[in-house]
Design a protein around this ligand. Structure first.
Ligand code: NAP
Length: 309
């Protein structure tokens, strides 16, 4: 069994090959379900036309097609009321052929996101963010785990490193990442410390970690001096930063627009010299997250259940 590394240049934990393995398994599962007459279908609810979300929805559609999963988009007007949106969600809950529902965020500010997410049936909760599923995580038996936390967990497990007894520090305590991954690793008998904005000495906790999971949204938050030599680093953060040349001038596109780079929360270049294992950004947690979404949709199709618990 692999151990935490003592080398001075970290092994990459790459998300793309891991996602490809999961996707191959999902495609086979979908074929088997179809052969039994069971459909696998993701319904995506999009409120208003936002270019960024539209791109995300197009990617979901493409990936569903690759895996044999049916896909539908419910495009709703920007001015829709909260009640009408919840009504639409209830309709999809009652539609037997729909096995997963995703609500694209952000919603217009006047709509209560939490109320709408709660309206999705826990069994069709493709993202694993329904309070029932989050609550069941305490028991280790969620119908669907939150996709990003599950992606981080699968990346950790893919290294084969024994987790029992390890010191884990999770930075960030959001409902969809920090808290659920803390619970998942607690179930594996790790000793978990969860840090947040009020943590007094973040570096003291990160330096103690055999496994460090960072899910904050602040580029460069975790520097090399904050990492234990040989530790495993899972960088969940996704940040867009303006590219600059070596003199500090903005790097522009051919059309004269600012170019951006996607980076995580970890100072990758320096931390990789200290850590034993590290996820890249992009190409780490991201590709596995969307795969976990489709795994949830496929798992749901295996179970005969009513529209509500
Ligand atoms: P979030 O809801 O904004 O949570 C961020 C967390 O970080 C909060 O718990 C916050 O604490 C904590 N925090 C903020 N500053 C901190 C500091 N200086 N030290 C310690 N903790 C601090 O974000 P999220 O949804 O969990 O996402 C986190 C990151 O992951 C973002 O960059 C997001 O883009 C990325 N993400 C990636 C994927 C993927 O598939 N790769 C998916 C989802 C999210 P307080 O609440 O106490 O302020």
């Amino acid at each position: 069994m692999p151990t935490l590394c003592q080398t001075m240049s970290a092994k990459l934990i790459e998300g793309i090959p891991l996602a490809a393995q999961f996707r191959a398994d999902i495609a086979l599962e979908v074929q088997a379900l179809n052969a039994q007459g069971k459909r696998v279908r993701l319904a995506c609810i999009q409120v208003g036309e936002k270019p960024e979300s539209l791109l995300y929805v197009r990617n979901q559609k493409k990936l569903c097609a690759e895996l044999g999963i049916e896909f539908e988009v419910e495009m709703l007007p920007d001015e829709i009321s909260q009640n009408a949106l919840i009504q639409k969600i209830h309709e999809l809950n009652q539609t037997p052929e729909v096995t997963g529902i995703i609500l694209e965020l952000p919603l217009p500010a006047r709509i209560n996101t939490f109320m709408c997410q709660r309206a999705i049936s826990p069994q069709k909760d493709a993202e694993g963010v329904h309070p029932v599923n989050l609550g069941l995580l305490v028991y280790g038996v969620a119908h669907h785990a939150p996709c990003t936390a599950m992606a981080a967990y699968q990346l950790i497990k893919s290294t084969g490193v024994e987790l029992r007894g390890k010191e884990v520090t999770v930075v960030g305590h959001s409902q969809i990442v920090g808290k659920p991954i803390s619970l998942m690793l607690l179930h594996d008998f790790c000793t978990v410390t969860t840090c947040h904005i009020a943590t007094k000495d973040l570096a003291a906790h990160t330096r103690n970690a055999d496994v460090l999971v960072v899910a904050v949204g602040k580029p460069g938050l975790i520097k090399a001096h904050m990492v234990k030599p040989g530790a495993m680093i899972i960088d969940v953060g996704v940040n867009r930063i303006p590219l600059k040349d070596k003199d500090g001038n903005p790097v522009l596109t051919e059309k004269g627009k600012q170019k951006y780079a996607t980076v995580g929360d970890v100072d990758f270049e320096n931390v990789k010299e200290i850590a034993g294992w590290i996820t890249p950004v992009p190409g780490g947690v991201g590709p596995v997250t969307v795969t976990m979404l489709l795994r949830n949709v496929t798992e749901a199709a295996k179970h005969d259940h009513g529209p509500n618990l």
